[in-house]
Ligand binder design. Sequence first.
Ligand code: 5AD
Ligand code: SF4
Length: 469
Amino acid sequence: MILAEINVHITPQEIELQRQTINSIKLSLSGEKRYAMVETFGCQQNVNDSQRIEGMLLQMGFTLTDEKDLADVIIFNTCAIRENAHAKVYGKLGALKHLKAKKPSLVIGICGCMVQQEQIAKRIKSKYRHVDLIFGTHALWKFPSLLNDALEHSQKVFDISGEGSIAEGLPVNYDGGARAFVSIMYGCNNFCSYCIVPYVRGRERSRSEADILSEIEYLSKNGVREVMLLGQNVNSYGKDRGETDAFAKLLLKVCEISGIERIRFMSSHPKDISPLLLHTMAAEEKICNQLHLPLQSGSNKVLSDMNRVYTREKYLEIIALAKKLMPDIALTTDIIVGFPTETEADFEDTLSLLREVKFDSIFSFIYSPREGTRAAQMPNVSTPEEIDKRFQKLLDVQNNISYERNLRHEGNIETVLVSGRSKTDPDMLTGRNYANKIVNFKGDDSLIGTFTDVKITKAQTWILYGEKL
Ligand code: 5AD
Ligand code: SF4
């Protein structure tokens, strides 16, 4: 397993070399219509990384497609957080074998968190011989030269070199909507005992404030109205440079950017979230009163075994302050069920905390052992059947709470940033309110990309319905 220990800014010369490679690929493709497909697994950070890969592909002259039969280049950007994320990718990789046999010029690449694990990357290299390109999270910025090697020299390319790095100045394919993701930092220092992220994304490193602000200014000029600032633990933004309270300060600067009307961020670690941040959220109109604060478990014993470094009581204190400062705040969290040391009583502690906090929604996961993490060595105290039952119970309890929380929106007039037509009901427009909840309502296409006031007429567990005022 490779750990990134160094915080390296890629030099402008190295970036320039990648830009030149983009241009030379473009020249070599000139005139020919070539297609590329990027498929993303996992979190928003990966979505943002894929936008970088797509940005580079577009500048090389590729046309993006969702159809693998049409593609000349296929890239899977993978996730490692749970075993089922791996299983999906293996299935999809296997299915590409016949495509490669039919079209030997097809370049198949796999990148991201899954292949940053050396043992996995080597397994793919030896067992999936139709894969041309394997590169890890730290090599993403080198994509142009890696692809060039695969295209020009028909070489098998393998780069999972492991230095933590920050690369600025390469193209990004923002998908053109009014909402955009902006990574403000990479990596994680926390080593929660179940989590693979610090091993595959390296140590925390923060982008410079100037780079972040100029990216958001650019986005604003191009029609973006809402930004989601991304990091594994945004509350430690700037700490790698010895700064304190840098995240709250950054938020204030983002608030000053004209055109940007809504600001969100994720994720926050309960051990690092500061009262100052909550006060800043409450004071600043543009920062949405919405907070994703991963809890993982309501049991102090399990939290300690998870190395989360906070207690149930501390967590509840933060929530109490957030609710006091922002009575309408929408709260979401992550819960893991079936951590190796979790007993029935520990699980009951999680349920009681959910009932007390009343999260608007939760993201719940069954624990999945990750090779190389501390928890993977811990013996299980519960059977898979017991864990499945707990998981079902958790969903039942939370679904009722989510519905109850959604009911409070009924009758409100809320501002919705309209993103497009609803996929499930094309008669309806869809968008999100301040709480990041989906709101569907009838209206015409001219509203897409704008803020629109909607009266909420009906709440369901997962969605709100409304009427345009
Ligand atoms: N098993 C199950 N869930 C996990 N998460 C992280 N690692 C694991 C694991 N090994 C969950 C945590 C985290 C979210 C992004 O994924 O809840 O907050
Ligand atoms: Fe994983 Fe914990 Fe870091 Fe989140 S804070 S990415 S759960 S190690």
